[in-house]
Ligand binder design. Structure first.
Ligand SMILES: [Zn+2]
Length: 231
């Protein structure tokens, strides 16, 4: 099979002969920030949906599908709407959850854990689902946020083309910023459909990624956290 070598990255660095299949199959990623164009939000959402529908029609047509069939006719519009309003809505900073902090001196120094947050994301290398659970925790600096906000932060970053390591880091960074503390932990346990349904076709493996910041970075705290999560 012919594979394409990526010519040069945008910084002008060569990728040392790594080809596009290696990047996808090994799930390599290049930066903590989701790579976005500078003018990513010049086009309105309505225009984006129109463009995506036209382009998706083209993909379906090339695949040989009959777009006059009643079942397929509306698919390009449905896909476009789903991309912009649902599964990739986390690309738009306007959709970032607004988080209010509350003072709560009684919870000072306590560990708060929100476990088993189910999320659905998509692999940025293959555009097929990543599904899993996120467990997030923080040690209160005297400030707390509503538990539902922890869930919303996870969902916001999941609704992007993602790689699991970056998702973990982006959630951790956001928690550190909103909670004004380094003491946050994020554990993500997920399945990648690009691994289970194609490529190596392994449908039992799961990938676990972790971030332990500040006071979480000790064996004792990691144990304590693991106990909460496993019980
Ligand atoms: Zn993938």
């Amino acid at each position: 099979m012919e594979t394409k070598t990526i010519p040069n990255s945008k910084n002008g660095h060569s990728l040392n002969g790594i080809n596009i299949d290696d990047i996808g199959d090994d799930h390599l990623f290049t930066s903590l920030d989701t790579p976005m164009k500078e003018n990513a939000f010049e086009m309105s959402n309505e225009e984006k949906k129109k463009r995506i529908a036209i382009l998706f029609t083209e993909i379906m047509d090339v695949l040989g599908l009959d777009l006059t069939d009643d079942s397929l006719q509306g698919t390009p519009d449905r896909v476009a709407k789903m991309y912009i309003e649902e599964i990739f809505s986390g690309l738009d900073p306007k959709n970032k959850p607004k988080v209010a902090l509350f003072d709560n001196k009684y919870q000072y120094n306590q560990m708060l854990v929100e476990k088993d947050i189910t999320f659905y994301s998509n692999c940025e290398h293959h555009f097929v689902p990543i599904t899993g659970k996120a467990h997030v925790a923080y040690i209160s600096s005297g400030k707390v946020i509503g538990l539902s906000k922890l869930n919303r932060i996870v969902q916001y970053y999941a609704k992007r083309p993602q790689v699991q390591e970056r998702l973990t880091q982006q959630i951790a960074n956001e928690l550190k910023t909103v909670l004004e503390t380094e003491d946050v932990a994020v554990i993500i346990d997920a399945k990648h459909l690009c691994v289970s349904s194609r490529g190596v076709k392994d449908n039992t493996s799961a990938t676990v990624t972790t971030y332990y910041g500040g006071k979480f970075n000790t064996a004792e705290k990691i144990n304590e956290l693991q106990n909460y999560i496993n019980n």
